[in-house]
Design a protein around this ligand. Sequence first.
Ligand code: ADP
Ligand code: ZN
Length: 436
Amino acid sequence: MGKYWNEKIECMEREEMLALQSQRLVKQVRHVWDNVPYYRKKMEEKGVTPQDIKGVEDLYKLPFLSKADLRDAYPYGLLAKPLSDCVRIHSTSGTTGKRVVAFYTQNDVDMWEDCVARAITAAGGTKDDVCQVAYGYGLFTGGAGLHGGSHKVGCLTLPMSSGNTERQIQFMQDLGATILCCTPSYAAYIGETVKKMGLTPDDLKLKAGIFGAEPWTEEMRQQIQASLGIKAYDIYGLTESSGPGVAFECQCQHGMHINEDNFIAEIIDPETGEVLPDGEKGELVFTSITKEAFPLLRYRTRDICVLTRGKCECGRTLVRMAKPMGRSDDMLIIRGVNVFPSQIESVLLKMHNVSPNYQIVVGRENNTDTFEVRVEITEEMFNDTIRSIEELEKKISQEMLSVLGIKAKIRLVEPNSIPRSEGKAVRVIDNRKLLD
Ligand code: ADP
Ligand code: ZN
């Protein structure tokens, strides 16, 4: 499977992994204590010193870091190495507020790219593959991350960046791309454009896709797989912990394996901060134990998911995280009910004649929340009778009510009327924020 199938690490016995993590954690805590006054102060406030951290079992003693801390310490407050030792800066996409910046030494870049190389390898990538990177290049970690990983594996790398979709597909065809890397919403758009250009999956050599950077459902996976004739793999990461590659899917696709030799994962109750046992849903927290320049300890991701331990059928023992259902701050509270956009996507894509393009519009009228879901229907459906369109509307509405426990106004809209995304999709328009 090539150089980035790291059997020793990926299939390591739990005891051995814990010993490795413990040893790295102890060293990392000392590094942070000595070099990051911001975090040292937090430790002091909690009455913890490096001597208290002897291994993974002591992790819970450390204070959390949150996005607010990162903004507070912007730009250099959490830097643990002199700037002269850093070689790269990346920044979050700013989906949920002010951007934060992250710093990398050369070792940090190497570690990150190794993680991505493992992901590409797990998706079947080898040096014989042609890997088209259609994540955005720039401050966003998607382009650079997959690009670096692809190089490490030895794939012939096509650094397309996102956008210019017809040209993407032209190159994909002419140069025989076998692996496509981009956000799932962009992959869906590429699939749609392939069809529009009069092509079928048989005209392409693609076999796999590595899609991440935003939540996507199993239903979306099916749609993309069918439209591009590929097997679609999930990849997860965040700028604060380097970028994509923190976790990745194997062939079995029962959750994403976390690169535990570099990241320790915990699930906590977002309200109380208490660590939850495996199998319980909560907020994902990461401690990076090998990063040099930006070594965040107990960073609260706000991503909501579940961890599963135990050996996977692929042989890996690395802990698995379920697809995050979204961030705690993506969650909408509509008329007092908690709603995640991914639940809505899941309902819609189970229906026939509905495209994976939708938008959720929330507002307020007479002190009550309004909740509308705009759904694009297929060309065939659009030309169908008004009666069958009304029936579809009713069906979606009923299904939505039973899944969400709240009534949504369904508005079916004509094909191509909802803006497409080349990066992370914007699914929610919350007009209540403007009113507040
Ligand atoms: P921003 O926080 O501004 O979007 P990033 O580009 O660093 O900045 O995005 C990281 C976030 O993207 C994660 O915290 C998570 O919410 C989301 N994300 C990344 N990969 C996935 C994935 N495979 N599934 C669901 N969400 C993901
Ligand atoms: Zn596996």
